[in-house]
Design a protein around this ligand. Structure first.
Ligand code: GTP
Ligand code: MN
Ligand code: MN
Ligand code: MN
Ligand code: MN
Length: 214
């Protein structure tokens, strides 16, 4: 079912072979895999009900980025050797979006999922952090002065979280973009976990996306 994040990455994306792994599987992989690499990315969001153009209910704000490679993804990156995933995500968040780590830092409590990419031997850690709508706007402004702005980060985007009258434009059409890694699956997972979408709302949006893209 939708809660089972396995399979999300396959939506129109046959190159993906990411699978969700539990904490237990992770420790097995860590002890049995040579040269296992880790990456950590995060979704920063705020809850805010906002009726756009008096028409579409935008329930929240979700931050993604246009990356240097032209793909959409979450801020974050490769975890250095000897670095903990949580330290890696904080370092990358500072580099890519200028996150003030004294005020906002990711902790283990923000970790919501791990995925494994067998071919790359890479574990992808995914984190979710809620901030207030006001703080979200401030964080967005600060991205322009991040170290990596204009290099790894080509621009911060808000994900459209509504569907327009034609049933496709808005969130379903956004899903038809090209995403890095399994960022599309993470977006879907994160939106459900953050309760910005109910399961049935997500099912409707995914069906609209599939009808449009396939
Ligand atoms: P460099 O400093 O240039 O190495 O980049 P980085 O450390 O910022 O790494 P990057 O963010 O490109 O992520 C490393 C790996 O994670 C790549 O294999 C990407 O395909 C994958 N990746 C990129 N963005 C995302 C994302 O949003 N979610 C997930 N799960 N993986 C991603
Ligand atoms: Mn980076
Ligand atoms: Mn990155
Ligand atoms: Mn990096
Ligand atoms: Mn870098």
């Amino acid at each position: 079912h939708l809660k089972d994040s396995e399979g999300y990455g396959k939506l129109g994306d046959s190159v993906n072979d990411y699978r969700a792994v539990t904490k237990k599987e992770l420790s097995t992989l860590e002890s049995s895999t040579i040269n296992l690499k880790h990456a950590a990315h995060g979704m920063i969001f705020a809850k805010k009900s906002n009726l756009l153009w008096n028409l579409y209910d935008q329930k929240g704000l979700v931050m993604m980025q246009v990356r240097f490679d032209g793909l959409l993804g979450f801020p974050g990156g490769l975890v250095d050797d000897g670095e903990k995933a949580v330290d890696g995500i904080n370092r990358e968040m500072h580099e890519e979006i200028g996150l003030d780590l004294h005020k906002y830092s990711f902790t283990e409590d923000h970790h919501i999922a791990c995925y494994y990419q067998e071919m790359k031997k890479m574990i992808l850690h995914f984190y979710l952090m809620e901030v207030s709508p006001e703080d979200f706007a401030t964080l967005e402004q600060k991205t322009l002065s991040a170290e990596e702005y204009g290099i790894e980060t080509c621009g911060i985007v808000r994900v459209p979280l509504f569907t327009m009258g034609d049933g496709v434009r808005g969130f379903p059409a956004f899903l038809a973009n090209q995403f890095a890694g399994n960022a599309r699956a993470e977006l879907i997972h994160g939106l459900l976990e953050a309760k910005l979408f109910s399961e049935s709302e997500m099912e409707t949006a995914l069906k609209a996306y599939k009808d449009y893209a396939e």
